[in-house]
Design a binder for this molecule. Structure first.
Ligand code: URA
Length: 239
């Protein structure tokens, strides 16, 4: 059983204060009858909650797709620099969302934020083989030798062992798609630098089955659909 004000605020659509107002105005119904007090409790699995006649999905976890701009840290907080959490409304920040994996400050593109620790673990574990696809612009041109080197699994100068990775040159080779199944620190940049093709810019397009929504401009976000969440939950690349 959960408090109704907490359940409604946890959707990220309203603050607790707004929820109180909605209840006072008689706009919230539980199982068809008006909710009288914010502290009333119910089982969200068993009782249908509506606001203004529309059903509210009180899922236990929140999943957000963010188009990360350059210049923000992939962290929940930082004493000096802005983080990706600054792009979300206060209700969502209060829920304790965190980024699933990190993108460098200057990397742009798909970032998933959630409070679902199990799903985050599943998506980040190299054992689960969830591919991450990056579009990289490089100095110089990537070629077949680079493709073979990444496919074989590189060992970098500092001893870092990289799992086999995909490399697909695009156009004249000054840009390429890199597919990783792990996420070590600066991994794409370090692998391509080791091939003598330093990265000029990096953008994540895809994480497992989740593709960055083209309708999201840089710095904007949306909730994942129920279908996207369930596809993510089952995501495992067949090796
Ligand atoms: N690899 C990098 O080098 N940077 C990122 O932000 C992500 C992958």
């Amino acid at each position: 059983m959960e408090r109704i004000d907490k359940l409604l605020a946890s959707t990220g659509k309203w603050s607790r204060r707004e929820v109180k107002d909605l209840i006072r105005q008689g706009r919230v119904l539980a199982g068809g009858r008006p909710v009288l007090r914010p502290e009333e409790k119910l089982d969200p699995e068993a009782v249908r909650l509506t606001v203004d006649g529309r059903a509210v999905d009180c899922a236990p976890f929140v999943y957000v797709m963010l188009h990360k701009p350059a210049g923000l840290l992939s962290a929940t907080e930082d004493p000096r620099q802005p983080t990706v959490l600054d792009l979300l409304p206060p209700e969502l920040r209060r829920r304790g969302l965190f980024p699933v994996g990190r993108l460098d400050k200057d990397t742009t593109g798909l970032l998933l934020l959630t409070d679902d620790g199990d799903l985050a673990h599943q998506l980040l574990s190299p054992k689960k083989h969830v591919d991450k696809v990056y579009l990289a612009q490089v100095e110089g041109r990537v070629d077949g030798e680079d493709v073979r080197a990444l496919a074989a699994g590189m060992v970098l100068e500092d001893g870092l062992h990289c799992l086999p990775a995909g490399l697909e040159p695009l156009g004249d080779g000054s840009s390429c798609l890199v597919t990783l199944r792990e996420g070590k620190y600066h991994q794409v940049k370090r692998m391509l630098a080791a091939r003598g093709k330093p990265v000029v810019s990096l953008h994540r397009r895809r994480m497992g089955p989740l593709v960055l929504d083209e309708g999201l401009s840089s710095g904007t976000w949306r909730f994942l659909t129920a279908e996207e969440v369930s596809i993510l939950r089952c995501s495992r690349r067949v090796p």
